[in-house]
Design a protein around this ligand. Structure first.
Ligand SMILES: Cc1cc2nc3c(=O)[nH]c(=O)nc-3n(C[C@H](O)[C@H](O)[C@H](O)COP(=O)(O)OP(=O)(O)OC[C@H]3O[C@@H](n4cnc5c(N)ncnc54)[C@H](O)[C@@H]3O)c2cc1C
Length: 381
């Protein structure tokens, strides 16, 4: 077992740092604390992502057949750690790189791959994810939005909720029921400008532009917009969720926030033994999250099937974020309003949402009970 970085990986990380130092100018420093879905961050990411792409830092881990550089998943995580620590300048486009792109690579037709992966690798398209519904998000297989087949088309009716970036997105990765059996679901790659789609924003603590309701009133989808075979969307969703849940190295911002809080305490002469104890505990949680994430990256780099390790890593990531948020709340609450440390408050907001978005933590615990402890069935994906 080898826990160190190779010389090549260390150089790659330095290259990413140098790139970010050059391109994350004062404009970025001002807007970095905002939500990835805000107008300001989206407008920045539309200019920034093509530059990342040109520098070979957007999708190096994608196969060369799809415009990547055949780099290992480690390259993706090294870049991801630096980007997330800096506030995620890719904006909503991190979805594409992390999980929508890889899912289209596995299940898409050549035409879907050609068009959608081409847009994603150039860094010029925003997607949203239409999974959760008002009747509940945890039991995904119970979703009610229907896609009825009419000849060679579908008519979609229903609604989604908590849809991040819907107002900005050009496409929706949409789940809809195409049969009466519980898991008879299909996935559609639906353009968001289609007649019959209405988007309403939901105000939330997460920030401007993040959450929405999306209504579908007799929306037409073409057969060529379905991803994978009709009725077999459940496998597509499970594949996608494994990438989504461990796609962003969220522990990187947690650790950086912890260091900021500790530095403030040291400079104030207030880093006493009790604070040190609490900081060490939060730091250990971040390190555990990092190691469990690396186990998932290692599996991906060997092409092994995903296991319960994904859920364990996700639970550890959420706990790491929450323990850092608790530390800041207990020891440096004055940093929340600090103009010099705006990312501290941002981390707190992101930590609140972390145990809910991409599947609630309780559902991850159910999956660990089922897949690792062998304790029987679970309805989660
Ligand atoms: C910031 C943010 C962004 C999001 N973005 C998106 C998005 O872009 N697209 C999208 O589709 N969704 C999105 N979501 C929604 C998210 O996926 C759901 O909130 C989540 O899956 C939980 O579903 P729910 O809110 O309907 O809660 P419910 O499923 O109603 O669950 C309520 C509570 O009951 C618990 N619970 C439910 N079932 C079980 C069980 N079997 N065992 C134990 N406990 C259980 C849950 O853990 C939760 O605490 C986002 C959420 C947040 C917070």
């Amino acid at each position: 077992m080898e826990f160190g970085w190779t010389d090549e990986q260390a150089v790659a990380r330095e290259n990413v740092r140098a790139f970010l130092a050059e391109h994350l100018t004062s404009e970025w420093q001002e807007i970095a604390p905002l939500s990835p879905g805000s107008e300001a961050v989206t407008s920045f990411s539309k200019r920034f992502c093509p530059k990342l792409a040109e520098a070979g830092l957007l999708v190096p881990h994608w196969p060369s057949a799809h415009g990547g550089a055949d780099a290992s998943p480690w390259a993706h995580f090294i870049i991801g750690e630096q980007l997330w620590e800096a506030g995620e300048p890719r904006g909503p486009q991190y979805y594409n790189v992390n999980w929508i792109g890889p899912t289209i690579m596995k299940y898409g037709t050549p035409a879907q791959q050609d068009y959608h992966l081409g847009r994603m690798r150039r860094g010029d398209v925003i997607w949203c994810q239409g999974f959760s519904e008002p009747s509940g998000g945890s039991d995904l297989a119970a979703l009610r939005t229907r896609a009825e087949r009419v000849g060679d088309r579908y008519r979609i009716n229903g609604s989604k909720i908590w849809t991040s970036y819907a107002r900005l997105a050009e496409f929706c990765f949409l789940l809809a029921r195409t049969g009466s059996d519980r898991r008879t679901i299909s996935v559609f790659l639906l353009p968001m400008d289609r007649k019959g789609i209405e988007v309403r924003p939901i105000e939330s603590v997460v920030g401007e532009g993040d959450l929405h309701e999306v209504f579908f009133d007799d929306v037409e989808a073409l057969e060529s917009e379905r991803l994978g075979p009709e009725g077999e969307g459940w496998s597509v969703v499970r594949y996608a969720l494994n990438y989504e849940r461990v796609g962003i190295p969220r522990y990187a911002l947690a650790l950086k926030t912890l260091h900021r809080a500790v530095a403030a305490l040291i400079s104030e002469g207030a880093f006493d033994a009790v604070a040190q104890d609490a900081a060490a505990s939060a730091c250990s949680m971040c390190e555990a999250a990092r190691m469990l994430t690396y186990e998932v990256v290692d599996q991906r780099s060997k092409g092994s099937p995903s296991t319960g390790a994904t859920s364990m890593a996700r639970v550890a990531i959420v706990q790491a974020e929450r323990s850092v948020a608790d530390f800041v709340l207990d020891w440096t609450p004055h940093l929340f309003g600090s103009a010099e440390q705006p990312m501290v408050a941002t981390h707190h907001k992101r930590a609140i949402a972390a145990g809910i978005a991409a599947g609630a933590s309780e559902i991850q615990l159910n999956l660990i009970a089922r897949d690792i402890l062998g304790l029987g069935g679970s309805r989660g994906a």
